[in-house]
Ligand binder design. Structure first.
Ligand code: ADP
Length: 336
């Protein structure tokens, strides 16, 4: 387990002092894929670099499996880092070295016997589906393939934790899918803990078990992935989720709403269909309900449906109809 206790990180001094991470406490369980999402500049990268002490915190403690590592130095620090692989947005491969050499480099750095390195690298490349690329140079690989080499390198010394800093943000959709499914498989086949930071909520939706939302240096919400998407609580989470669902109503539609009309966003979960509710409301109350927008998303195989509807009718009747809908759907949110 990774525990962060009251972590703060500041840069600079005096007037120009900047608080990148403010009093963050977090527990990440062994074997989970934990995501940290948030707008760029939120402090995600700084926070993840604190975990392997690439960034020393200004305040607070880092505990790994109960052991306080905050002040670790020298051999102790090397041992800790051996147990934490890391991958980055831009792969950080050595361009003048072959794929084999890039991965073997991590083995050499940790004293892995030279004569066994080829076999170990072959094993790692097989795991990321790149066996045939062992002797090529990174320049001849696609972005997704480069990231897979970086994963092989990060896992060379069988770390207990893998830190991923925007690891899919430079990749196209297809390569992103590949990398996410490799990480998922690695997690299924081992008890590795994966901490993944990203501003990409599509990646988050597909991979993460739990999500922490970070904004302006603070963690504003932590929950399981389905709950973050189906019931976002903090305004920043709501903004990120809404943007991801692409269900913002265009201004010209919102501006055209009449005095006897209101816009609502309806969330329904699981296999529960929305049709009966909409039909039932129209039958029971003297209102018109028109669907403006809608989609179903699947998060960890669970369906999450979202509809944007316009309800038209006299005030009191409309309120009664909305109250009925609210009772019969998972969540209902009034749009301005
Ligand atoms: P994110 O990963 O969420 O985009 P970062 O952790 O990279 O955010 O950065 C958070 C804030 O801290 C940013 O405003 C960034 O400019 C600042 N920052 C990060 N590293 C340093 C540094 N070494 N010196 C000064 N400011 C930094």
């Amino acid at each position: 387990m990774i525990e962060l206790k009251d972590i703060s990180v500041s840069f600079g001094k005096g007037e120009s002092r900047f608080h990148a991470v403010k009093d963050v406490s977090l527990q990440i369980n062994t074997g989970e894929i934990f995501g940290i999402v948030g707008p760029s500049g939120a402090g995600k990268s700084t926070l993840v670099r604190v975990m392997n002490l690439l960034q020393q915190p200004t305040q607070g403690q880092i505990l790994i499996d109960g052991e306080d590592i905050t002040q670790a130095k020298g051999a102790k620090l090397r041992q800790i880092r051996k147990n934490m692989g890391m991958i980055f947005q831009h792969f950080n491969l050595i361009s003048g070295a072959t794929v084999f050499e890039n991965v073997a480099f991590a083995l050499t750095a940790n004293g892995y016997p030279k004569e066994k390195q080829r076999a170990r690298v072959e094993e790692l490349l097989k795991m990321v589906g790149l066996s045939e690329k062992i002797d090529v140079y990174p320049a001849s690989l696609s972005g997704g393939q480069k990231q897979r080499v970086a994963i092989a390198r990060a896992l060379a010394n069988t770390p207990k934790i893998l830190l991923c800093d925007e690891a899919t943000s430079a990749l196209d959709l297809e390569s992103t899918e590949e990398v996410l499914s490799i990480l998922h498989r690695i997690k299924e086949n081992s008890n590795i803990t994966i901490v993944f930071i990203t501003h990409d909520l599509d990646a988050a939706k597909k991979l993460f078990d739990r999500i922490a939302v970070m904004s302006e240096g603070q963690i504003v919400e932590v929950n399981d992935t389905y709950s973050i998407f189906s019931n976002p609580v903090h305004p920043v989470t709501q903004m990120l989720v809404n943007r991801n669902f692409e269900l913002d109503v265009p201004d010209f539609v919102a501006d055209a709403v009449q005095a006897d009309e209101e816009l609502y966003k309806i969330y329904y979960v699981g296999q529960r269909a929305y049709d009966p509710v909409i039909n039932e409301v129209a039958k029971r109350y003297d209102v018109e309900v028109s669907i403006l927008h809608g989609k179903i998303d699947y998060i960890h195989r669970q369906a999450l449906g979202i509809l944007v509807v316009k309800v038209k009718g006299q005030d009191a009747v409309r309120q009664a109809a909305v109250a009925y809908m609210k009772e019969h759907v998972y969540r209902l949110e009034k749009l301005k």
